[in-house]
Ligand binder design. Sequence first.
Ligand code: HEC
Length: 131
Amino acid sequence: MRGIREAVRGVVLAALCCAIIASTVACRDDSGPIRPIAGGDPARGATLIKAFGCGTCHDIPGIDGAVGLVGPPLVHFARHSYIAGELPNTGDNLIRWIRSPRAVEPGTAMPDLGVGESDARNMAAYLYTLR
Ligand code: HEC
C-alpha cells in the first residue's frame, strides 16, 4: 500500500512540474516587441544610434563598437521599468529622454545631442528590441 501511495505521489509531482514548465515556456513569448513604438523603424534606429555615437557612452547589444562605460548599459532595455531612474519607461518618455535628457534631468552627464523627433522614435524602436 505504502509503495503505491509513494508512486502515485511521484506521478502527481511529476505532472505538476511538467505543467509549471510548460506554462512558463508558453508565457514567454519572444515574438514581438514588449513596448511597440508606432512608426518606429528599429533597423533605421540601429544605424542612427551608431551615427550619433551613443555607443561611446553606452554598452548597446547589436551595435558595432558600442561598448561605452560612461552611461548605464542598455542591455535588456525593453524590460527596464524606468528611464534614468526618473521617467516610467514608455515610448513617449524614451523619445523625450533621447531628444533632451537635460530637460528631464538637469546636470545629467548625457548631453542633448540635437536628435530630431523621428530619429529619436527610430532609436527608441531599436532600444525596445533589447529584451
Ligand atoms: C556623453 C555620454 C553619453 C552619450 C553620448 C549618450 N548617453 Fe545616454 N546616458 C548617459 C548617462 C550618463 C546616462 C545616465 C543618466 C542618468 O541616469 O542620469 C544615460 C542614460 C541613457 C538612457 C537611460 C538608461 C537607463 O538605464 O535608464 C538611455 C535610454 C540613453 N541614455 C540612450 C542614449 C542614446 C539613444 C544616445 C544617443 C543618441 C545616448 N544615450 C548618448 C550618457 C550618454
